[in-house]
Design a protein around this ligand. Structure first.
Ligand SMILES: NC(=O)c1ccc[n+]([C@@H]2O[C@H](COP(=O)([O-])OP(=O)(O)OC[C@H]3O[C@@H](n4cnc5c(N)ncnc54)[C@H](OP(=O)(O)O)[C@@H]3O)[C@@H](O)[C@H]2O)c1
Length: 280
Protein backbone atom coordinates (compact mmCIF):
# COMPACT_ATOMS: atom_id res chain seq x y z
CA UNK A 1 0.00 0.00 0.00
CA UNK A 2 1.27 3.52 -0.83
CA UNK A 3 2.56 5.51 2.15
CA UNK A 4 0.15 8.28 3.16
CA UNK A 5 1.04 11.93 3.68
CA UNK A 6 -1.03 14.93 4.69
CA UNK A 7 -0.18 18.39 3.36
CA UNK A 8 -1.90 21.41 4.90
CA UNK A 9 -2.69 24.42 2.70
CA UNK A 10 -2.54 22.52 -0.58
CA UNK A 11 -4.88 24.79 -2.57
CA UNK A 12 -2.13 26.85 -4.21
CA UNK A 13 1.61 27.57 -4.29
CA UNK A 14 4.04 25.33 -2.44
CA UNK A 15 1.34 23.10 -0.93
CA UNK A 16 -0.22 22.36 -4.33
CA UNK A 17 3.24 21.68 -5.81
CA UNK A 18 4.03 19.29 -2.91
CA UNK A 19 0.72 17.50 -3.43
CA UNK A 20 1.46 16.97 -7.13
CA UNK A 21 5.11 16.00 -6.59
CA UNK A 22 4.35 13.51 -3.80
CA UNK A 23 1.46 12.09 -5.81
CA UNK A 24 3.94 11.63 -8.69
CA UNK A 25 6.30 9.81 -6.32
CA UNK A 26 3.59 7.26 -5.51
CA UNK A 27 2.49 8.59 -2.12
CA UNK A 28 -1.15 8.54 -1.13
CA UNK A 29 -1.61 12.29 -0.74
CA UNK A 30 -4.23 13.83 1.54
CA UNK A 31 -4.40 17.43 0.36
CA UNK A 32 -5.65 19.82 3.03
CA UNK A 33 -7.86 22.53 1.50
CA UNK A 34 -10.44 24.95 2.87
CA UNK A 35 -12.77 24.83 -0.14
CA UNK A 36 -14.02 21.71 -1.90
CA UNK A 37 -13.47 23.38 -5.29
CA UNK A 38 -9.73 23.68 -4.58
CA UNK A 39 -9.60 19.95 -3.89
CA UNK A 40 -11.40 19.18 -7.13
CA UNK A 41 -8.98 21.37 -9.07
CA UNK A 42 -6.05 19.42 -7.60
CA UNK A 43 -7.60 16.12 -8.55
CA UNK A 44 -7.82 17.12 -12.22
CA UNK A 45 -4.18 16.36 -13.00
CA UNK A 46 -3.43 13.89 -10.21
CA UNK A 47 -3.70 10.13 -9.76
CA UNK A 48 -6.84 8.65 -8.18
CA UNK A 49 -4.79 8.28 -4.97
CA UNK A 50 -4.90 12.03 -4.28
CA UNK A 51 -7.64 12.77 -1.78
CA UNK A 52 -8.71 16.30 -0.82
CA UNK A 53 -9.37 16.79 2.87
CA UNK A 54 -11.22 19.83 4.20
CA UNK A 55 -8.94 21.33 6.82
CA UNK A 56 -8.74 24.76 8.41
CA UNK A 57 -5.72 24.69 10.74
CA UNK A 58 -7.26 27.35 13.00
CA UNK A 59 -10.46 25.39 13.59
CA UNK A 60 -10.32 22.67 16.27
CA UNK A 61 -13.42 20.89 14.95
CA UNK A 62 -12.02 20.83 11.42
CA UNK A 63 -8.72 19.37 12.67
CA UNK A 64 -10.52 16.70 14.73
CA UNK A 65 -12.68 15.75 11.76
CA UNK A 66 -9.69 15.48 9.41
CA UNK A 67 -7.73 13.40 11.94
CA UNK A 68 -10.74 11.13 12.43
CA UNK A 69 -11.02 10.59 8.70
CA UNK A 70 -7.29 9.78 8.39
CA UNK A 71 -7.56 7.33 11.28
CA UNK A 72 -10.35 5.49 9.54
CA UNK A 73 -8.74 5.56 6.08
CA UNK A 74 -5.05 4.95 6.61
CA UNK A 75 -5.46 2.36 9.33
CA UNK A 76 -2.98 3.41 11.94
CA UNK A 77 -0.08 4.83 9.97
CA UNK A 78 0.77 8.20 8.45
CA UNK A 79 4.17 8.34 6.72
CA UNK A 80 4.38 12.11 6.66
CA UNK A 81 2.84 15.38 7.76
CA UNK A 82 3.78 18.49 5.80
CA UNK A 83 2.78 21.60 7.78
CA UNK A 84 2.65 24.09 4.94
CA UNK A 85 -0.42 26.32 5.46
CA UNK A 86 0.65 29.89 6.09
CA UNK A 87 -0.20 33.56 5.74
CA UNK A 88 2.00 36.66 5.76
CA UNK A 89 1.11 39.67 7.88
CA UNK A 90 3.28 42.72 7.25
CA UNK A 91 3.44 46.38 8.26
CA UNK A 92 5.27 48.61 10.72
CA UNK A 93 5.21 46.88 14.11
CA UNK A 94 4.22 50.14 15.81
CA UNK A 95 0.82 49.88 14.13
CA UNK A 96 0.20 46.14 13.74
CA UNK A 97 -2.94 45.38 15.77
CA UNK A 98 -2.82 42.57 18.34
CA UNK A 99 -5.66 41.00 16.37
CA UNK A 100 -3.58 40.76 13.19
CA UNK A 101 -0.58 39.48 15.15
CA UNK A 102 -2.78 36.79 16.72
CA UNK A 103 -4.12 35.83 13.30
CA UNK A 104 -0.55 35.46 12.04
CA UNK A 105 0.36 33.17 14.92
CA UNK A 106 -2.94 31.24 14.81
CA UNK A 107 -2.20 30.01 11.30
CA UNK A 108 1.61 29.77 11.17
CA UNK A 109 2.32 28.56 14.71
CA UNK A 110 -0.70 27.43 16.76
CA UNK A 111 -2.23 25.73 13.71
CA UNK A 112 0.96 23.78 13.06
CA UNK A 113 1.11 22.47 16.61
CA UNK A 114 -2.62 21.71 16.75
CA UNK A 115 -2.48 19.64 13.55
CA UNK A 116 0.72 17.92 14.68
CA UNK A 117 -0.79 17.02 18.06
CA UNK A 118 -3.87 15.56 16.41
CA UNK A 119 -1.80 13.40 14.06
CA UNK A 120 1.06 12.27 16.29
CA UNK A 121 -0.66 9.01 17.24
CA UNK A 122 -0.85 8.16 13.52
CA UNK A 123 2.75 9.27 12.91
CA UNK A 124 4.16 7.37 15.88
CA UNK A 125 3.21 3.92 14.56
CA UNK A 126 5.51 4.01 11.51
CA UNK A 127 7.23 6.13 12.55
CA UNK A 128 6.28 8.83 10.06
CA UNK A 129 8.04 12.16 9.48
CA UNK A 130 7.14 15.79 10.11
CA UNK A 131 8.16 18.49 7.65
CA UNK A 132 7.49 22.09 8.64
CA UNK A 133 7.56 24.73 5.91
CA UNK A 134 9.32 27.62 7.55
CA UNK A 135 11.20 30.34 5.64
CA UNK A 136 14.50 32.16 5.53
CA UNK A 137 12.42 34.65 7.55
CA UNK A 138 12.69 32.14 10.38
CA UNK A 139 16.44 32.79 10.41
CA UNK A 140 16.65 36.46 9.41
CA UNK A 141 14.10 39.02 10.65
CA UNK A 142 13.55 41.76 8.09
CA UNK A 143 11.88 45.12 8.76
CA UNK A 144 8.17 45.62 8.02
CA UNK A 145 7.43 41.90 7.92
CA UNK A 146 7.87 41.54 11.68
CA UNK A 147 4.71 39.48 12.35
CA UNK A 148 5.59 36.97 9.64
CA UNK A 149 9.23 36.70 10.73
CA UNK A 150 8.20 36.29 14.38
CA UNK A 151 5.85 33.45 13.40
CA UNK A 152 8.58 31.66 11.45
CA UNK A 153 11.13 32.12 14.27
CA UNK A 154 8.52 30.56 16.57
CA UNK A 155 8.00 27.71 14.12
CA UNK A 156 11.76 27.06 14.04
CA UNK A 157 11.82 26.89 17.84
CA UNK A 158 8.78 24.59 17.97
CA UNK A 159 10.43 22.32 15.42
CA UNK A 160 13.70 22.15 17.36
CA UNK A 161 11.91 21.35 20.64
CA UNK A 162 9.67 18.81 18.96
CA UNK A 163 12.55 17.02 17.24
CA UNK A 164 14.24 16.29 20.55
CA UNK A 165 10.96 15.43 22.31
CA UNK A 166 10.03 12.96 19.57
CA UNK A 167 13.47 11.37 19.40
CA UNK A 168 12.43 8.36 21.55
CA UNK A 169 10.01 7.35 18.78
CA UNK A 170 12.48 8.19 15.97
CA UNK A 171 10.05 10.66 14.39
CA UNK A 172 12.21 13.01 12.30
CA UNK A 173 11.26 16.69 12.27
CA UNK A 174 12.68 18.73 9.38
CA UNK A 175 12.33 22.41 8.63
CA UNK A 176 12.29 23.65 5.04
CA UNK A 177 13.50 27.23 4.64
CA UNK A 178 12.75 28.71 1.22
CA UNK A 179 13.72 32.19 0.04
CA UNK A 180 11.40 33.99 -2.39
CA UNK A 181 9.09 31.57 -4.22
CA UNK A 182 6.60 32.53 -6.95
CA UNK A 183 3.28 31.86 -5.24
CA UNK A 184 0.06 33.79 -4.58
CA UNK A 185 1.20 34.56 -1.00
CA UNK A 186 2.79 37.82 -2.18
CA UNK A 187 -0.40 39.12 -3.84
CA UNK A 188 -2.56 37.90 -0.94
CA UNK A 189 -0.30 39.64 1.54
CA UNK A 190 -0.27 42.86 -0.50
CA UNK A 191 -4.07 42.85 -0.70
CA UNK A 192 -4.57 42.10 3.00
CA UNK A 193 -1.91 44.51 4.15
CA UNK A 194 -3.06 47.34 1.87
CA UNK A 195 -6.39 47.38 3.66
CA UNK A 196 -4.58 47.25 7.00
CA UNK A 197 -2.51 50.30 6.04
CA UNK A 198 -5.74 52.07 5.07
CA UNK A 199 -7.09 51.38 8.56
CA UNK A 200 -3.98 52.65 10.31
CA UNK A 201 -3.89 56.18 11.73
CA UNK A 202 -2.83 58.91 9.32
CA UNK A 203 0.36 59.40 11.34
CA UNK A 204 1.54 55.92 10.36
CA UNK A 205 1.61 57.06 6.74
CA UNK A 206 3.69 60.09 7.71
CA UNK A 207 6.06 58.00 9.82
CA UNK A 208 6.49 54.89 7.70
CA UNK A 209 4.79 55.60 4.34
CA UNK A 210 7.98 55.55 2.27
CA UNK A 211 9.37 52.38 3.83
CA UNK A 212 6.07 50.56 3.51
CA UNK A 213 5.75 51.64 -0.14
CA UNK A 214 9.30 50.37 -0.74
CA UNK A 215 8.52 47.01 0.82
CA UNK A 216 5.26 46.78 -1.15
CA UNK A 217 7.22 47.52 -4.33
CA UNK A 218 9.59 44.68 -3.45
CA UNK A 219 6.66 42.31 -2.83
CA UNK A 220 5.04 43.34 -6.11
CA UNK A 221 8.17 42.68 -8.14
CA UNK A 222 9.43 39.67 -6.15
CA UNK A 223 10.46 36.93 -8.57
CA UNK A 224 11.79 33.76 -7.09
CA UNK A 225 11.97 30.05 -7.71
CA UNK A 226 8.96 28.06 -8.80
CA UNK A 227 7.10 26.13 -6.05
CA UNK A 228 8.30 22.86 -7.56
CA UNK A 229 11.81 23.67 -6.25
CA UNK A 230 10.44 23.51 -2.70
CA UNK A 231 8.31 20.46 -3.46
CA UNK A 232 11.42 18.56 -4.60
CA UNK A 233 13.08 19.34 -1.28
CA UNK A 234 9.98 18.21 0.62
CA UNK A 235 10.14 14.90 -1.27
CA UNK A 236 13.75 14.58 -0.12
CA UNK A 237 12.85 15.38 3.49
CA UNK A 238 10.27 12.59 3.38
CA UNK A 239 12.46 10.04 1.62
CA UNK A 240 16.14 10.73 2.52
CA UNK A 241 17.55 7.82 4.50
CA UNK A 242 18.75 10.30 7.10
CA UNK A 243 16.58 13.43 6.77
CA UNK A 244 18.31 16.73 7.50
CA UNK A 245 17.04 18.95 10.30
CA UNK A 246 17.06 21.97 7.96
CA UNK A 247 16.77 22.30 4.18
CA UNK A 248 17.55 25.79 2.82
CA UNK A 249 15.99 26.41 -0.63
CA UNK A 250 17.36 29.06 -3.01
CA UNK A 251 20.42 31.28 -3.29
CA UNK A 252 18.65 34.19 -1.60
CA UNK A 253 17.76 31.95 1.34
CA UNK A 254 21.37 30.81 1.65
CA UNK A 255 22.47 34.45 1.62
CA UNK A 256 19.86 35.21 4.28
CA UNK A 257 21.22 32.46 6.50
CA UNK A 258 24.74 33.90 6.10
CA UNK A 259 23.44 37.38 6.97
CA UNK A 260 21.72 36.01 10.06
CA UNK A 261 25.09 34.87 11.39
CA UNK A 262 26.68 38.34 11.17
CA UNK A 263 27.05 40.49 14.28
CA UNK A 264 23.77 42.33 14.99
CA UNK A 265 25.05 45.84 14.22
CA UNK A 266 26.57 44.83 10.89
CA UNK A 267 23.40 42.97 9.91
CA UNK A 268 21.24 45.99 10.85
CA UNK A 269 23.49 48.25 8.77
CA UNK A 270 23.17 45.98 5.74
CA UNK A 271 19.38 45.76 6.13
CA UNK A 272 19.10 49.54 6.49
CA UNK A 273 21.17 50.02 3.35
CA UNK A 274 18.94 47.59 1.48
CA UNK A 275 15.86 49.50 2.66
CA UNK A 276 17.42 52.79 1.49
CA UNK A 277 18.06 51.26 -1.95
CA UNK A 278 14.47 50.02 -2.17
CA UNK A 279 13.18 53.50 -1.20
CA UNK A 280 14.91 55.19 -4.15
N1 LIG B 1 6.13 32.12 -1.32
C1 LIG B 1 7.24 32.35 -0.67
O1 LIG B 1 8.06 33.20 -1.08
C2 LIG B 1 7.54 31.59 0.61
C3 LIG B 1 8.85 31.64 1.10
C4 LIG B 1 9.15 30.96 2.26
C5 LIG B 1 8.17 30.25 2.92
N2 LIG B 1 6.90 30.21 2.42
C6 LIG B 1 5.91 29.44 3.19
O2 LIG B 1 5.33 28.47 2.36
C7 LIG B 1 4.04 28.12 2.86
C8 LIG B 1 3.05 28.11 1.70
O3 LIG B 1 2.94 29.42 1.19
P1 LIG B 1 2.81 29.76 -0.36
O4 LIG B 1 3.90 30.71 -0.68
O5 LIG B 1 2.64 28.54 -1.15
O6 LIG B 1 1.48 30.64 -0.32
P2 LIG B 1 -0.01 30.37 -0.83
O7 LIG B 1 -0.02 29.96 -2.25
O8 LIG B 1 -0.75 31.58 -0.42
O9 LIG B 1 -0.47 29.11 0.04
C9 LIG B 1 -0.84 29.23 1.38
C10 LIG B 1 -1.74 28.07 1.70
O10 LIG B 1 -2.10 28.13 3.08
C11 LIG B 1 -3.50 27.97 3.16
N3 LIG B 1 -4.06 28.52 4.38
C12 LIG B 1 -4.08 29.80 4.82
N4 LIG B 1 -4.75 29.89 5.98
C13 LIG B 1 -5.15 28.63 6.29
C14 LIG B 1 -5.87 28.05 7.36
N5 LIG B 1 -6.36 28.79 8.37
N6 LIG B 1 -6.09 26.70 7.34
C15 LIG B 1 -5.63 25.95 6.34
N7 LIG B 1 -4.97 26.43 5.29
C16 LIG B 1 -4.72 27.76 5.27
C17 LIG B 1 -4.04 28.63 1.92
O11 LIG B 1 -5.36 28.19 1.70
P3 LIG B 1 -6.50 29.15 1.06
O12 LIG B 1 -6.29 29.11 -0.43
O13 LIG B 1 -7.76 28.50 1.49
O14 LIG B 1 -6.31 30.51 1.64
C18 LIG B 1 -3.05 28.11 0.90
O15 LIG B 1 -3.39 26.81 0.51
C19 LIG B 1 3.72 29.14 3.94
O16 LIG B 1 3.93 28.57 5.21
C20 LIG B 1 4.73 30.25 3.68
O17 LIG B 1 5.04 30.97 4.84
C21 LIG B 1 6.57 30.87 1.28
Amino acid sequence: MSPSVLITGASTGIGAACARALDGEGFRVYAGVRRAADGEALRQDASPRLTPLLLDVTDAASIAEAAGRLRSETGVFLAGLVNNAGIAVAGPLEFVSPERLRQQFEVNVVGVLAVTQALLPLLRTGPGRIVNISSVSGRLASPFVGPYCASKFALEALSDSLRVELNPWRIPVSVVEPGVINTPIWQKSLAANASIMDDMPAESQALYGREVAAMQGFARSARGLEPLAVARVVVRALTDTRPKTRYVVGTDARLGVLLSRLPDRLRDWLLLNRLRQLRK
